[in-house]
Design a protein around this ligand. Sequence first.
Ligand code: FCB
Length: 447
Amino acid sequence: MANITFPKDLRWGAATAAYQIEGASTKGGRGLSIWDTFSHTPGKVRNGDNGDIACDSYHRYKEDIQIMKELGIDIYRFSVSWPRIFPEGTGEINQEGLQYYHNFVDELLANGIEPMCTLYHWDLPQALQEKGGWNNREVVDAFAHYSKVMFQEFHGKIKKWITINEPWCVSFLSNYLGDHAPGNTDLQLAVNISHNLMLAHGKAVTEFRNLSIDGEIGYAPNVEWIEAFSRKQEDIDACNRGMGYFMEWFFDPVFEGNYPTFMLNWFEKKGVTLEIADGDMDIIKQPIDFLGINFYTGSVGRYKEGEGLFDLERIDIGYEKTDFDWNIYPEGFYKVLLKIKDQYGDVPIYITENGACYNDGVEHDRVKDERRIEYLKQHLVSIKRSIDSGVNLKGYLTWSLLDNFEWAEGYNKRFGLVHVDFDTLKRTKKDSYFWYEKVIRNGGYEI
Ligand code: FCB
């Protein structure tokens, strides 16, 4: 038995996103988003599921906030549905949408929970997709405007802001791999969009700084660790490309003001080029106040000609897996955090997502999800190791508070500390919820 204890000032939290939990997709003057369109297109989401009702948190937020309070978290990450604020993406503001988030944030604050607000967690207004979506620089400006409205409206109440959640998913997963809305499969398009997203981030940060309001702003890339199978240079290079896709591609522009040459060269080999307008990199390269990191999985990889986009073969050496079939790779979490520190310095870090999919159901009012507890234990060890190694880690937010609409997987993949019955919408706290509550209360656990 060993004690794993955390600094007293480490912030503890949980995370969700609007389209995954709110439901009420046609209520309160909300416009449509690309996820409404995508999920209502046959064949795009497992079982034809959609977020029309989801967890119905739009109506049940008070109940959810009590669940958070009893959990003892002091920070909650949620996202704002852009089409609730601007049903057409830009133009007329929907006051009812603003009011909803005021009520919600006021309720959080009244219960002593700090809001951390993500401005873009994937629900682009459909009206903007019709103008070309993130491939159109007008959409970048629309995002900056929406962000500014949110900063002006909520300053003083919301002090932690995240511009874009997982720019890799928004660009490559959604526009090259085609798995997420809008479902394109065009590498050039995905690369263009990745740049526009970074620009959108930079423009939102500019708006934030210009208003000189109290608070902090950052963004939240998803990262993975890919361990080289051997010390052969070709294996190391292939893994670096695989990780560069998630990390350097989205980190270098912000921290260094340029895109990594090894990735630019590789994309060029694939017939893809990146056009950068004058001044873009200055907008992107602005100091941020914190970096959000989303981590779930990792793997071992080696060079294999023609394999995937990067000549990289992932080797399954028999990892245990979650019910999403993602490898459990907690050492990768530690290595990723050290890599970020070594390459980009002591930027304050919040773990904005980390958690596991296990589909255990309710039996006699109880959910015995020991495997989630085990996953969290292992990953929190990596957090402890990174703090002891000098990583400037400010907070840990687990994904997710509730089981919810898991994008292309619909309701078939459960990440919550709280079980949701999607027929009755009943919430049942899982064993992992009670475990996490104790970790927060005691500032650690025994392993
Ligand atoms: C991340 C997303 C989040 C959730 C988890 C499981 O990529 O940001 O919304 O779906 O994966």
